[in-house]
Ligand binder design. Structure first.
Ligand SMILES: Cc1cc2nc3c(=O)[nH]c(=O)nc-3n(C[C@H](O)[C@H](O)[C@H](O)COP(=O)(O)OP(=O)(O)OC[C@H]3O[C@@H](n4cnc5c(N)ncnc54)[C@H](O)[C@@H]3O)c2cc1C
Length: 410
């Protein structure tokens, strides 16, 4: 077993990890990025649709194009990338990270660590639909990889469960590739994804969207033969008598992502709502030498946000490794009315920062308040699926514990 010393170790080579490694290396410290797959890029590799990079690169790019620009930036730095390297364990007392790689087991002794392990998909088992666990049931990410990377179709007739952006994009993709897309079912009364995606991915392709519907049963032995769908009531319970059978051989579930934090959740303070670590404006966790960025902190809508977080984590992890004293936390945020996902949880009050909030409910329009003082009005319909991003550079409304609210405006 080999041991190696490193200033900053980055776990995960998606957009967040790549951005973090670039920034860390640009601060002149020895930086190693570990990625468990053969290729870095994470989820960007399989997202061949456009819609990436509008904020950061001021261009509308596909996932792989966005990744190329990150690789180009990375190639100009001294950061070392090690792929086929899976991090197995972090020892918080000794600051040692155990990795399984082509070299065998390697233990890195780190000065600071950046965790950017992304998110995994919720599966059919998370939904608890009765029926046998037959072949032909996939998550959207698996189908995306199968179609976009391996050039294989999963079946002939497909139903999609979940109308978030990923479900909508996959409905269009499978139709373009020649599958019969029977429809998209969504348990909520409103689509989960952007309206522009509902129009461009479903309406333009004549794909039906059944709102307030869910799958209640899976049929088939061996291979999927069909599903039962039913309308749901206000409490999201299936309404008896509304069931209908749909003959499909493929069911694609797109029912959300879960941040992956198995490596740190036992010793880092976690936020059960974000399902990620509690972080401050430096992307520092409750353990001062561990930083985090990307979808493992909270599921983000845009890769640009993930990239920006990676850059912040990279900068402060490098400064920490250089022995600089980083500022302490001054203001803490407390969730008030209607605040779901929220980050950061606390700030130093020394640097401008961005706050991301998801409203718990659909609101016609809303105001965001800190300690009862209005900060901003959003004059359009707000949905839980769309993150509000707030740019903050003045701290006068904040106190040691600052209440954050998202109130509906009449
Ligand atoms: C289908 C889909 C469509 C999207 N569409 C858009 C869009 O149109 N526009 C947009 O801006 N954004 C879009 N996004 C969002 C954006 O792509 C993501 O938020 C972003 O790419 C996530 O980056 P990440 O680095 O946080 O995570 P990931 O890309 O998931 O990277 C995490 C990396 O960590 C690695 N890893 C995990 N555990 C370990 C371990 N133990 N050891 C070593 N490595 C490990 C993984 O292999 C992975 O490579 C989309 C996302 C999806 C899933």
């Amino acid at each position: 077993m080999r041991k190696e010393k490193v200033d900053v170790l980055v776990i995960g080579g998606g957009a967040a990890g790549l951005a973090a490694a670039i920034e860390s290396a640009n601060h002149g410290v020895k930086t190693i990025l570990l990625e468990r797959e053969r290729k870095t890029g994470g989820v960007l590799n399989q997202c061949i649709h456009n819609g990436f990079g509008l904020h950061v690169f001021k261009q509308e790019l596909t996932g792989p194009e966005f990744m190329e620009l990150l690789w180009e930036e990375l190639s100009k730095t001294s950061a070392i990338v090690k792929s086929d390297s899976t991090v197995l364990k972090i020892a918080p007392e000794s600051k040692e990270v155990t990795v399984l790689s082509r070299e065998g087991v390697v233990i890195y002794q780190v000065k600071s660590l950046i965790v950017s392990t992304g998110a995994r998909e919720r599966s059919l088992n998370n939904l608890g639909i009765p029926g046998a666990r037959v072949a032909g049931v996939f998550t959207a990410g698996v189908v995306q990889k199968m179609v976009n990377i391996y050039n294989r179709l999963p079946g002939h007739n497909v139903l999609i469960v979940g109308s978030g952006d990923i479900g909508l994009i996959m409905a269009r993709r499978l139709k373009i590739e020649g599958m019969n897309v029977v429809g998209v079912v969504e348990i909520m009364p409103e689509p989960g994804g952007l309206i522009r995606n509902v129009v461009q991915c479903l309406e333009d392709f004549d794909i039906p969207l059944w709102l307030s519907h869910t799958v209640t049963e899976i049929h088939g032995t061996g291979r999927l033969e069909g599903v039962t769908v039913a309308k749901v009531d206000g409490e999201l319970k299936p309404i008896l008598g509304t069931e209908k059978f749909l003959k499909v051989d493929t069911l694609v579930t797109s029912v959300g992502l879960i941040p992956q934090n198995g490596l740190i959740e036992n010793f880092v303070e976690m936020d059960p709502i974000n399902r990620g670590p509690v972080i401050d404006d430096l992307m520092r966790t409750s353990v001062e030498w561990i930083f985090a960025a990307g979808n493992n902190v909270a599921v983000h809508d845009l890769v640009d946000f993930v990239y920006e977080e990676g850059k912040i984590a990279g900068k402060y992890a490098a400064l920490y490794a250089l022995g600089e004293k980083l500022p302490g936390v001054k203001y803490n945020f407390k969730r008030g009315n209607n605040v779901g996902v929220m980050l950061p949880h606390r700030v130093t009050g020394e640097i401008p920062f961005k706050m991301y909030i998801r409203s718990k409910k659909i609101l016609k329009s809303c105001e965001v308040k800190f300690n009862g003082k209005r900060f901003r009005i959003f004059n359009w319909k707000i949905r839980p699926s769309e993150m509000l991003d707030l740019h903050l550079n003045k701290f006068d409304a904040f106190s040691e514990t600052t209440n954050v609210e998202v109130n509906e405006l009449e």
